[in-house]
Ligand binder design. Sequence first.
Ligand code: SR1
Ligand code: MG
Length: 420
Amino acid sequence: MSETPYTVLTVETLPARLGAILAGRIGPPAGWRVREVGDGNLNLVFIVEGASGGVVVKQALPYVRLVGESWPLPLKRSFFEYHALTRQAQRDPGRVPEVYHFDEGQALTVMEYLSPHKILRRDLEAGVKHEGLGRQLGLFLGRTLFRGSDLSMKTADRKADVALFSDNVALCDITEQLVFTDPYYAAEMNRHTSPQLDGIVAELRADVDLKVAAQQLKLKFCNHAETLVHGDLHTGSIMAHGGDARVIDPEFACYGPFGFDIGMLIANFLMAYFAQGGYEARAGERDDFRAWTLDVAEEVWDVFRAEFSRLWRTERTGILYPAALYEDQGHGLAAEQALAALLHEIWVDALGFAGVEMHRRILGLAHIAEFEHIENADSRARCEAKALRLGRWLAVNRAGILGFVDIRAAATRLEAEGAS
Ligand code: SR1
Ligand code: MG
């Protein structure tokens, strides 16, 4: 912990401030190249390269970067990110950046520089595929969600951890408002492609079934502390290169429902699917890539389910579903029945979360680059409208959607029809 009061880093001050801490790893500060590259909504992110290597320095600002100082935000989010990263590193080794140094007072984390990795969302816009992506993300979800839950954790560890993360109030509040509530009324910070989407926005805001679904999902997010979730697992929180995907930025980490991260992630691949039309000079040009985005989403779920099931059978040593009640009594089949029921519940929740995530990225404050960068507003609105329709179908009908085949059919139908 530093003794100096919190001070915002700049490209100019960083070498003097962090020279002593980083010189051993990357070489003397005199030769450093420092760039501020943060393009997220909240923080400063510096890449610092020296004679013998590079690191990333991330510092929380006391406000929401996207909005400005009018929206203060606690620095303590860096503490939650640090604790989430250390847990994720234990639960799925190698999938998150290694943390080299954490300074709580400065809300500052020094971590592995992932190079030449790029933010996945940029490649989803550019039409660049990544080998093994769905598998790696599915494994990450299976491992972190299982091992962060009562299925794995001991009761004292679990209670202490729930208490620790329960203080991440401000970031949970952002999710509670921005994901589950704001898209469904004329909230102050909302924006959408207008006038093209005005009709469908009015329709969604008047949709009673959708409003009920959104609040049912919010209830789950707020009250079902099932496991430690990343909390903001969209494709801007993933970096990828050459068959290696890494998960970054878990500052929204909290205890929440198993299906939350899964649904958020799947939603972002579904939105990438619908965005492709905005980048086609000739209709169908991106068909192969478009199909790949659906394949990845499906693989995320399939691999999650397989890994979660494997851990259920081999590592279920926590508080819930003790082997003493099942396998040890010769009731292994009942354990499988319980697993199937739990996976079904996770699937249904994940679909609901996917639906509201798609809505908030088009109707709320925080949009996604794949849609935003479609310059022609009519074309952008056509892509967004399809995603809004699919999101509504997912959120409202989640309990009756039996498999990814249904989602694939609904998405391809909307894509073929063109939504309005
Ligand atoms: C005010 S923060 C807006 C969004 O940015 C973050 O990445 C989260 O997704 C949050 O909802
Ligand atoms: Mg982030």
